[in-house]
Design a binder for this molecule. Sequence first.
Ligand code: FAD
Length: 493
Amino acid sequence: MSSGSGSAKVVVVGAGFAGLSAAAALSKAGFQHIQVLEAKDRVGGRVHTVRPFGPNIIELGANWIHGQKDNPLFKLAKEHKLLSENESASATMCLPGSVTPRDYFFTERGKPLPVEEVERVCDHFSRLTSKAFDSKLDKKHWSLSLGAYLDDAFARSPLASPEGLKIFEWCKRSECTDEASSSLYEVSASQISNYVALDGGFFNCLGPAGYQAILDCILKSIQSGAVLTNVCVQRIEWALDDGDGARGHPVKVVCEGGQSFEADHVIVTVSLGVLKRQAWAMFRPPLPKSKLEAIESLDLGTVDKIYLQFDERFWPEDCAGIQLVWDEGPESKCAYESLQEGESWKETWYKKICGFDTVARHPNVLCGWITGREALHMETLKDEEVGEVCVRLLRSFTGWLVPDVSQVLFTRWGHDPFVQGSYTFIPHNVNGVKQHKALAAPLPLPSDSSKRKALQILFAGEATHVEFYTTTHGAYLTGIREAERIIDHYLTA
Ligand SMILES: Cc1cc2nc3c(=O)[nH]c(=O)nc-3n(C[C@H](O)[C@H](O)[C@H](O)COP(=O)(O)OP(=O)(O)OC[C@H]3O[C@@H](n4cnc5c(N)ncnc54)[C@H](O)[C@@H]3O)c2cc1C
């Protein structure tokens, strides 16, 4: 390691997976002046392991490690024996869209749907989405939104009966959870093939300490005292060296309350949602046009979870989830288009809830999933109101004796000022690769002809990964990527 690296000052903004992995990689490489600034009173960002229902954990944010082969978080979890202790925990850990014989599907008229019929439609739906993920779309579908492509392809199937179409609508609603979108008509059909699913099981669950245990592992590699919580970065002044070769540090990070930090390099890991709201005010001089365009064109959708705790289980023991199939749900094209105008969709926000899944290690708890504008609307409601609506849905769809809920806990990721959404998606008509790369580019850009110092501001975080955006391992890898950029800079200096 060159001598410069030992004295180089690096500030990391945000202590989610991206920020922590960057700090850990720099620490391991011998950097001695690293400061991680985190606005919240905890590390983890969109990873938040809590214990509101007793000693066992639930995850308010990320739940699974997606994929095994070459997944650094799967490797870390395996090495430290942090993976789920048994298969059954994996099977029942809130699987949105999981269609096993143990998922119970009901129509809004209270009729249970035969498992075989549901599986036929869901299998076909999976084949259609796989075609998009595997870049095997027919030419005529390339320019369509994911919703429009699926409608066209499904309409040609013999499964497109009136009942089949209702189940198809549920599949689209469930897919919105994966895409974090308000509607599949807002997602690009061709661009989802940019996302690379790593080989091996997709839904890997963590053991009794949850995702927090992985954060703790990474924290051990970071110098003590390097992470400051409750420190909100307000402004990043860069290019301070411009025309002033004598000045030591080209960047100054100013925090709420007036505290400030000088730095040679700042790694910004705040979410795309925070950048959307604050990029203009946060950077001085302002970010270049290509960066602002990337921030504007990519999108951060909202996915929320609704945990319902009951005094006792009212569903059969073999039930993995209660799924809600509407006569006309918000994801059918007709309903979607008619709801575009005005605010009437707010009255039926609950139609966007896919269903309620059972929760590992919590025999009396269900977890509902909701996305998009309806999730954002739900976030403005009171806990009791949401709980009552959910119980009403469960009663009317299943016809079972559903007791009142004893505790309701739902997430408000969309209104969280330090996140402003859940994970990234590529909107229809946006070039994902170009925009993810533009978002990741360090400043000053190579096209900048001034003699400014290199790598003043670097960008990490899930939205900056071309292939693994939306995921924890994507976030983790972007932190390593930016740390290595700085490490290489000093190696070649
Ligand atoms: C409900 C939900 C379910 C999910 N499920 C999964 C899953 O099962 N598997 C999976 O792989 N991924 C999942 N994800 C996505 C995953 O959690 C994220 O992709 C990942 O955690 C993002 O990490 P990050 O470091 O990029 O960003 P973040 O975790 O958002 O970290 C950024 C940090 O910056 C801080 N910050 C923001 N503004 C400031 C400021 N001004 N000053 C200082 N600090 C600031 C924030 O507080 C935050 O801690 C889920 C996300 C959600 C919300």
